[in-house]
Design a protein around this ligand. Structure first.
Ligand code: FHN
Length: 448
């Protein structure tokens, strides 16, 4: 962080604390009852995010070397000194930020969210807060996040940083939470020093990497009732980077200062994963994060890759719920991305080349997602995504506006329809070979 930024950050923290004192007295505009006042640049960033619809999640770190997912340190009860030795051998010599961003562009994602520090506590970026980082601790000596940030900026893709609040390495992460175990750390620590460490790292991420889309927090669920002092951290982020979005994966109701509600391995409101909330914000942009196989970090034996049809289904159903899809890859320890991921991303990109207009820049459509598919809309145009419907006629409930014209997105053939006021019936063409989503475009309007 440069000196000016640091001074401003510290000043900001003081003002933020003052705000905390004054807010209950109604002496600050920071919070007006339940309604938060959000500055224009963040509102614009939220709109950008809601339009983006498709992001690439990247889980990559020291753990990738063991090919057993990002929880390997915890799952195999690896002691801190042993994990530190493993970290000292991390050397992803085939990492090529330009190749990753080229893949992201081919896939049609509008943003990338990468792990800057996962629960193992290893910083994948140059930080002055600890030598336990990729530049100072490994033979690689390069900062992959800087290289990725530069490549993203050069190609118009926004970069978000995943940041774990949970830490299995830092001695001050104490008292430990639900994932505590005896891994060689002392049974004591200074929590306020840990928070200061995190805030200083976040300051670095927001000042040393050019424009950053936002911070994707994870791990607070490890000890949800700890004094995280989120107000201070959020105020710091918004001060350093007023348009940066805060995306918390705490699986709870959104809190003041947070910009996006995210759902892990689930569409909004669903809870098949067992830890999401059924509450869905009506105000904030939404996001579903999803693994392409069954792992976030590189897992050498996990070949449970979802078929392209399933992934398209998630993208469509997420959009039909008004949500983005954040689709994950776990690169290999050498920095390359396995062909299973690449092939699927390329297929999604090809699909979006034809159908992207029914996804990007849309909002949830007038008919909530159904077993047959979903609807999205942009202005007066409604896109009916028919993913799975065997019959020639599809009946929809009233759409709130008359249908004036209906045609197939692919090829433009007109679609016969009947809009009785009690509902709309569409006469669907047969499914073409390999077609994953029959998209019917409905041009609606109030007049005849
Ligand atoms: O524990 C992490 C997990 O490793 C991964 O990062 C996912 C991504 O959404 N989030 C956590 C579990 O909630």
């Amino acid at each position: 962080m440069n000196r000016l930024a640091l001074v401003l950050a510290v000043l900001g923290l003081v003002l933020a604390s003052l705000g905390l004192v004054l807010a209950p007295l109604g002496l600050t505009g920071a919070r007006a009852g339940a309604q938060e006042s959000v500055p224009a640049e963040r509102l614009a960033a939220r709109r950008w995010f809601a339009d983006a619809k498709f992001g690439l999640f990247i889980h990559w770190g020291v753990y990738s070397q063991l090919g057993a997912g990002e929880w390997v340190m915890h799952n195999r009860k690896i002691a801190v000194p042993d994990y530190e030795s493993l970290a000292a051998t991390f050397n992803p010599v085939r990492f090529d930020a330009a190749a990753w961003v080229a893949l992201a562009r081919r896939a049609g994602v509008r943003y990338v969210t990468i792990t800057s520090r996962h629960h193992d506590g290893f910083s994948m970026f140059k930080t002055a807060q600890t030598p336990y980082n990729i530049v100072d601790w490994t033979p690689f000596k390069r900062d992959p996040l800087k290289e990725l940030a530069d490549a993203c900026h050069a190609s118009g893709i926004k970069l978000f940083f995943y940041y774990s609040q949970l830490d299995w390495h830092h001695p001050d992460y104490w008292p430990r939470g639900q994932t505590a175990w005896d891994n060689g750390r002392p049974d004591r620590g200074d929590w306020s020093r840990y928070l200061a460490f995190m805030n200083a790292q976040l300051g670095e991420l927001l000042t040393n990497y050019g424009a950053v889309g936002g911070i994707w927090f994870d791990g607070m669920w490890d000890k949800p009732d700890a004094p995280w002092q989120l107000d201070t951290t959020y105020a710091l982020i918004h001060r350093l980077s007023p348009a940066a979005l805060i995306i918390p994966n705490h699986h709870e109701h959104p809190r003041p200062g947070e910009d996006v509600q995210t759902f892990e391995q689930d569409l909004p409101g669903a809870n098949t994963a067992g830890f999401n909330t059924s509450f869905v914000s009506g105000d904030l942009p939404l996001e579903t994060s999803l693994t392409m196989n069954d792992s976030w970090g590189f897992n050498i034996t996990d070949k449970e890759f979802k078929p392209v049809r399933t992934l398209v289904g998630y993208l469509v159903r997420a959009a039909g719920n008004g949500a983005n899809l954040l689709l994950n890859v776990g690169p290999r320890p050498d920095g390359t991305i396995s062909p299973e991921f690449v092939a699927r991303l390329d297929s999604l990109g090809a699909w979006l080349g034809t159908y992207g207009t029914a996804i990007y820049g849309t909002r949830a459509g007038p008919v909530p997602p159904r077993s047959w598919g979903a609807t999205t809309r942009r202005g007066d145009t409604v896109f009916v995504h028919v993913l799975d419907w065997p019959d020639p006629l599809l009946a929809l409930p009233p759409l709130g506006a008359r249908v004036r014209r209906a045609y197939m997105l692919r090829g433009g053939a007109l679609v016969r329809f009947d809009d009785t006021g009690a509902g709309v019936t569409l006469a669907l063409p047969a499914v073409a070979a390999g077609e994953l989503d029959r998209v019917v475009v409905l041009v609606t309007g109030t007049g005849r």
